[in-house]
Design a protein around this ligand. Sequence first.
Ligand code: EPS
Length: 385
Amino acid sequence: MLRFSTAGESHGQALVAILEGIPAGLNINTEDIDVDLARRQKGYGRGQRMNIETDQVNILSGVRYARSLGSPITLLIYNRDWENWKSAMSPTSVDIDGKHLHKPRPGHADLAGLMKYGVYDFREILERASARETAARVAVGSVCRELLKEFGINIYSYVETIGSVSAKISDIDKTKLQHLAEMSFVRCPDKNASKKMIQLIKQANAKGDTLGGKFTVVAENVPVGLGSHTQWDMKLDGRLAQSLMSIQAIKSVEIGMGTKFAGVFGSAAHDEIFYSNKKGFYRTTNRAGGTEGGISNGENIEISCTMKPIPSLSKPLKSVNIHTKKAENAEAVRSDVCAVPAAGVVGEAAVAFELARAMLEKFGGDCMEDMKNNYKNYISRIQII
Ligand code: EPS
């Protein structure tokens, strides 16, 4: 079974991920992982922290001569900012001036976490709640993406909305979306909307405010048959949603037409089925977003996520000092103004992990060769249906 967990505080020494279940014989290059780590760091609207960090992966286990061994893969990313936090985040000695925080930010894990864990300084909560952790998830996703590439599966994302500005995605040739998104400072394929989004982020920054938005992740070439209708926790759409919803600040996940399904008749909601000798079964629409009954149906997986505006405002909201219980403004801590472009890259990683997991369940194998043979047999069986 494919699984991973991460460890590390935002201003601690490093982030670590352990990924278990990757078969032996997969090519894994640190350079490829670093490309995704760098993509996650970009995007107009990120804070000063991104000028400090240059995320690079160190592979501590599970890979030899750039090939997986089938053993747990440990990925480590140092926090360069640790140099500035050695004392405040020391695992050994107490720092009484240690950047303690007492005025919880509405919308952050600060207050609920502080109450739940019985701490008196919510730095002990935010350090782990921070979206810095997503660097480790992107490294994991990058390895999973390499596995998926072996089967021709390509994953990309684009930003659709930032605040009140929405892109006109339907006007753009689908084959160009990936390239255009990579070219944009906000990872939005619509050039006009990109400009407006940047303006809006500038305005939010000037006002000490923040912005959220919406991004879409697309997975192409996914075979029919990942996930299963037979049990609630095997349904691919549910598993993708869980993986994406767990990304910091994500508040909704929509598959295919998503919430738009509510407003249409059934005749405009589903993807009619056709057959030709050349193509086999095919559809001319993909309203379902690539899953039916919790099973991938061979169409692109298309899944959108809404991210709330970041809760660290430089013009802070009202809060209460946890010691005096007096009304005060929330802590104003360094943060991003908008991280939707980065979240799209994290979304790709979440989808890559979940699809790699489903591929391994279906095609298994201790080594890539076995997995590929299982895949080939399956594809030739369904081609004759
Ligand atoms: C984050 C706050 C900021 C972001 C951070 C997420 O960090 P800092 O408090 O150090 O300025 O930069 O994101 C990252 C460090 C990252 O790598 O994405 C938060 O509170 O979630």
